[in-house]
Design a protein around this ligand. Structure first.
Ligand code: IMP
Ligand code: MG
Length: 175
């Protein structure tokens, strides 16, 4: 059985996404970008973010790299879906739901860098810096959160609860 505690409301998320989108738009003034959302968790954040951007988005696609089983990182990196276009010379904005250990994005950035983009920046909805085991630091972050497992706004626990509008701490009780 799962119990939930509200962490961040949909209203707070909405206004923060607008704020971050404004910063991104200012930073990329006069440039075009390629937005790459990291599936599955970033599907809602990516769609909210791009609709607030005031910058030329050349194209948008999703990439999928690995998944969690339950709430612990496996450390296994499985490449599930790649992008189909050439990113050399492009400004890449990688959009992620949450950065935990940082392993996923570190590996993903390494792989994308080999394709010679002009730049790669990371934008995450949530960041748990206390859990980091890599030197990864996002360029844009909406919310820094404590070491809690959260669901909603695209984030899941074993595939569930992605559709919640608010972000909630999930507590699993054995029964
Ligand atoms: P990392 O490689 O440890 O940084 O893992 C990042 C990925 O783990 C995210 O893209 C999520 O899919 C998942 N993840 C980490 N923490 C949470 C959480 O609190 N709720 C849901 N998913 C999480
Ligand atoms: Mg993810």
């Amino acid at each position: 059985m799962a119990a939930f505690d509200l962490m961040i409301s949909a209203e707070e998320i909405n206004s923060k996404v607008k704020e971050v989108a404004k910063r991104i738009s200012e930073d990329y003034k006069g440039e075009s970008i390629v937005v790459i959302g990291v599936l599955t968790g970033a599907f809602i954040f990516t769609s909210d973010l791009v609709r607030e951007l005031d910058v030329d988005v050349e194209t948008l696609d999703f990439i999928q790299v690995s998944s969690y089983s339950g709430d612990k990182s496996t450390g296994n990196f499985v490449f599930k879906k790649d992008i189909s276009f050439d990113i050399s010379g492009k400004n890449i904005l990688l959009v992620e739901d949450i950065i935990d250990t940082g392993r996923t994005l570190k590996k993903l950035c390494e792989m994308l860098s080999m394709r010679n983009p002009k730049s790669i920046k990371i934008c995450t909805a949530f960041d748990k810096p206390s859990r980091r085991v890599t030197d990864l630091v996002p360029d844009y972050n909406c919310f820094t959160i404590p070491d809690e497992f959260i669901v909603g706004y695209g984030l899941d626990y074993d595939g569930k609860y992605r559709q919640f509008k608010d972000v909630k701490i999930v507590r699993i009780k054995d029964e």
